[in-house]
Design a protein around this ligand. Structure first.
Ligand SMILES: *[C@@H]1O[C@H](CO)[C@@H](O)[C@H](O)[C@H]1NC(C)=O
Ligand SMILES: *[C@@H]1O[C@H](CO)[C@@H](O)[C@H](O)[C@H]1NC(C)=O
Ligand SMILES: *[C@@H]1O[C@H](CO)[C@@H](O)[C@H](O)[C@H]1NC(C)=O
Ligand SMILES: *[C@@H]1O[C@H](CO)[C@@H](O)[C@H](O)[C@H]1NC(C)=O
Ligand SMILES: *[C@@H]1O[C@H](CO)[C@@H](O)[C@H](O)[C@H]1NC(C)=O
Ligand SMILES: *[C@@H]1O[C@H](CO)[C@@H](O)[C@H](O)[C@H]1NC(C)=O
Ligand SMILES: *[C@@H]1O[C@H](CO)[C@@H](O)[C@H](O)[C@H]1NC(C)=O
Length: 393
């Protein structure tokens, strides 16, 4: 518990702004007021932007949990969030060409996967319930800034941690049961896809030296074990609510992100090995845990997709993938574009030849490649034991 309260402090004031307080809270609030309209537009259009011919889909619905790698607009309800994606140039290459809360110039992997599955874009969870129609294709609870460890931030009214997202899903499940009856609801949930993409913020947090006790309290391998145990418990609780199909994403190589390249003073653009080694070890432990859980729950299909592997393949063979810029963020400032968060006036023209969109997040093109890999291993093998396509066919 002591750990959790120190993490809570950190979450609000450090994780979300890893480089320290560049913006005052004051500017921040002014900023968040000015973005409201964009969100309304997004609510109107993005959830129906893709194909909504729902009866030809592979699964009835998709339920999404995680951090900014999967957030499509839930995170911005947290007004304390400092890195925000509810302003241009975020979303400039998205279907609606508007900011939606996605940390990308365009689509994130779950958008591509929804399309593969024959679903419309999955809508973000929002405090205002939006009617059964939206829930029936699933719900995206992922929130930027969320971590695997529970940050106990509920007293601010911010639904962010993984555990809180699972709690929100339980509420949704009850609503579906009320509306459709228990048997139908269970049938729907057991055929639906659960997609979990979380962990980066726990590492960002761990790597912030001296700003919390976590690094001095846990060796890297102990910290990894703690994270993996926590995810395992949540996967188990999804299973207990009748989830049977789950895709668990690994953490991407943050050590190659422009933020870390600039802060660790990479002189030749080489990735920060200490960070990547820790994440590599985490992913290895996750893969093993998912395998074991699959043995334990034979009537479920759970697969682990190692975003680290898929991502490193792109970094190493960037030319064959058609990228020109490996290290520098398209939207950013300073060495590698890693100093400040993304703003419209510091953005490259063509994000498609960049791997990194901002200092922590990849571009739409990278997301498309990763989604292809989750679906069928099209570009490189990164899912164990099955691809999504095999799971749902
Ligand atoms: C929603 O999308 C339609 C076409 O896809 C467009 O005509 C309309 O202007 C959009 N509405 C808003 C509020 O963006
Ligand atoms: C779009 O948003 C506006 C403002 O919130 C709302 O009045 C309108 O009904 C919405 N339209 C659709 C099609 O959801
Ligand atoms: C929507 O789905 C139908 C049939 O499944 C397909 O023919 C059509 O091309 C799809 N439209 C889009 C925009 O993906
Ligand atoms: C989709 O639903 C319509 C009406 O409910 C039905 O006639 C049609 O056969 C369905 N198509 C598929 C591919 O299931
Ligand atoms: C962390 O704090 C310790 C003692 O409080 C200090 O010796 C050390 O230099 C600090 N490390 C960093 C990276 O600031
Ligand atoms: C799991 O996937 C395999 C195909 O890879 C399929 O044969 C099996 O029926 C699936 N089990 C469940 C519970 O979905
Ligand atoms: C952007 O870059 C991609 C990849 O290099 C290229 O295929 C595309 O034509 C470029 N678009 C423009 C508008 O220059």
């Amino acid at each position: 518990m002591a750990l959790e309260s120190s993490i809570f402090h950190l979450l609000l004031f450090s994780i979300l702004l890893p480089s320290g307080a560049l913006l005052t809270l004051h500017t921040l609030q002014a900023h968040s007021e000015s973005i409201r309209p964009a969100r309304i537009l997004q609510e109107n259009n993005s959830s129906r932007a893709s194909n909504s011919s729902s009866n030809s889909s592979y699964v009835p619905a998709m339920f999404i949990f995680g951090d900014s790698s999967a957030d499509c607009g839930t995170g911005i309800i947290n007004r304390w969030l400092q890195e925000r994606a509810d302003h241009l140039p975020y979303g400039r290459d998205f279907d609606t060409h508007r900011p939606t809360g996605r940390f990308c110039n365009g689509r994130i992997p779950v958008d591509y996967l929804a399309q593969r599955l024959g679903l419309p874009f999955v809508p973000p969870w929002l405090p205002r319930f939006r009617g059964m129609q939206d829930v029936l294709h699933g719900m995206n609870y992922a929130s930027a800034g969320a971590g695997i460890l529970s940050f106990n931030a509920l007293d601010r009214g911010n639904m962010i941690s993984f555990m809180q997202q699972v709690g929100l899903f339980t509420e949704t499940f009850q609503q579906i049961q009320t509306r459709r009856g228990a048997r139908d609801a269970i049938d729907m949930i057991s055929k639906s896809l659960f997609y979990i993409s979380i962990g980066s913020n726990d590492f960002i947090h761990y790597l912030l030296q001296n700003s919390s006790g976590v690094q001095s309290r846990y060796w890297p391998w102990e910290f990894n074990q703690l994270l993996v145990r926590n995810i395992r418990n949540e996967l188990r609780s999804f299973y207990d609510t009748h989830a049977r199909r789950m895709v668990v994403m690994g953490v991407a190589p943050l050590g190659c992100a422009p933020y870390y390249l600039s802060h660790y003073r990479s002189w030749n653009g080489g990735c920060v090995e200490a960070i990547n080694n820790m994440i590599f070890e985490f992913n290895t432990a996750m893969r093993f845990m998912v395998y074991e859980l699959g043995q334990e729950l034979p009537d479920a299909n759970i697969t682990f997709c190692d975003a680290f592997e898929g991502f490193m393949d792109i970094v190493k063979n960037y030319q064959s993938y058609g990228f020109q810029t490996v290290t520098d963020a398209c939207c950013g400032f300073g060495k590698y574009g890693g100093w400040f968060m993304c703003r419209a006036d510091i953005t490259c023209r063509n994000a498609s030849n960049h791997i990194w969109w901002d200092r922590f997040h990849p571009t739409d093109r990278v997301n498309a490649i990763l989604a292809d890999n989750v679906w069928s291993g099209m570009h490189s093998k990164m899912c164990y034991p099955v691809y999504l396509q095999e799971m749902v066919s």
